[in-house]
Design a protein around this ligand. Structure first.
Ligand code: UT7
Length: 349
């Protein structure tokens, strides 16, 4: 029994904000942002969009692909195919740090309802930027149990522009909005041996001692907003950049080494590494330590900036739709972020 990805999708807001656009408003420059992060642009949602809206669009695109629909999106036929495919989904897992609501309902439940996925269980995963990597393993675990569950939708979706302090140049230049999704299916392909397919291995870790290095300090049960309190800023992400940077380089290196060792594979066996797109310098530093050729590492941070839990599924969908993945290719995903959390998956296409 294998658990394979049979559809991928993404949704990115059309509004594109360049480094120069930001430099016109705050004390920064295209040169600083590019040289310190590799970021050139980010896509920012309009005021009426919530995380579930981006998640829903990405999920629909993945469902259409899973159903074999090759026409353009949005047509009556496309809607019919998507609605029918949604009926076959048993599990919806959504990784996000920017849910529609604090606590409950989960953003996954909102997507479940809008898709009409009536037989699906639905829940969010709070694992920061590692949310999608965690989500793949949780969905695989649920599908592996049997119990009649055959298909899962795993989504990473974020609306980080809503939780950014746009006056803080140390964070506001780093993040963007977006969503990515995959459809997983249980099938008869082997999951071991030379013909193995699908999600064959995941390794996941957490280190809560670093929980204060990346957090939304206000609004939860630890530091709730109080009645009558005047707040100057909404909920904002705070990050100790240097601490997270050092953690991230080690997390990428350790995760890649651990996965390769556990799976008995080497750098030459890997077709693509898809790292969380937080900072091109983090990935390049880890690649040097791993002696990993740069052309095996997929980076699209220049266009989208850091979209947290959405960055890996957006990258996966881009590669897939651009025909850059073929059957049998071995893909390593590597996530790291708030929690602190880190880990990765091995996917044989
Ligand atoms: O997805 C979750 C995981 N997140 C990450 O992995 C992020 C990890 N951290 C990083 O990527 C990097 O630490 C940053 C990109 C956030 C910062 O880069 P850095 O090289 O560590 O810069 P820094 O914070 O040490 O700041 C260096 C200088 C400071 O100026 P002084 O004190 O040396 O005069 C900052 O004030 O750069 C200044 N600076 C900026 N200058 C222009 C900070 N932000 C900016 C900016 N534009 N946007």
């Amino acid at each position: 029994m294998a658990i394979e990805i049979i559809g991928t999708g993404r949704a990115v807001p059309s509004r594109r904000v360049s480094n120069d656009d930001l430099a016109a408003r705050i004390d920064t420059s295209d040169e600083w942002i590019r040289s310190h992060t590799g970021i050139g642009n980010r896509h920012i949602a309009d005021d009426h969009t919530a995380t579930s809206d981006l998640a829903l669009e990405a999920a629909k695109n993945a469902l259409a692909m899973a159903a074999g629909f090759s026409g353009g999106s949005g047509s009556e036929e496309w809607n019919r195919v998507v609605a029918e495919a949604a009926q076959s989904i048993d599990v919806i897992i959504l990784g996000t740090a920017t849910p529609d609501y604090v606590g409950t309902p989960s953003t996954a439940c909102i997507v479940q309802h809008k898709l009409g996925a009536k037989q699906a269980l639905a829940m969010d995963i709070s694992a920061g930027c590692t949310g999608f990597v965690y989500g793949l393993e949780v969905a695989t675990g649920l599908l592996s149990l049997g119990r009649g569950r055959k298909r899962a939708l795993v989504i990473g979706a974020e609306l980080l522009s809503r939780v950014i302090d746009w006056e803080d140049r140390g964070t506001c230049v780093l993040f963007g909005d977006g969503a990515g999704a995959v459809v997983l299916e249980v099938n008869d392909a082997p999951s071991e041996g030379p013909e193995r397919r699908g999600l064959v291995r995941s390794m996941l870790w957490a280190d809560g001692s670093g929980s204060e290095s990346l957090l939304f300090r206000r609004g939860g049960s630890r530091n709730p907003f109080k009645p009558g309190e005047t707040i100057e800023k909404g909920i904002c992400v705070e990050m100790n950049g240097q601490e997270v940077y050092n953690f991230a380089v080690k997390a990428v290196t350790d995760t890649a080494n651990a996965l390769m060792q556990a799976d008995g594979i080497g750098v030459d066996d890997i077709t693509w590494i898809i790292p969380h797109q937080a900072n091109a310098r983090i990935v390049q530093a880890a690649a040097r330590r791993l002696k990993m050729p740069a052309e095996k590492i997929y980076l699209n941070i220049e266009e989208y900036a850091n979209t947290s839990a959405a960055s890996i599924p957006i990258a996966l969908d881009e590669l897939n739709r651009n025909g850059k993945i073929k059957k049998g290719d071995l893909i390593l995903t590597i996530g790291f972020g708030g929690g602190l959390t880190y880990g990765g998956n091995i996917i044989v296409w």
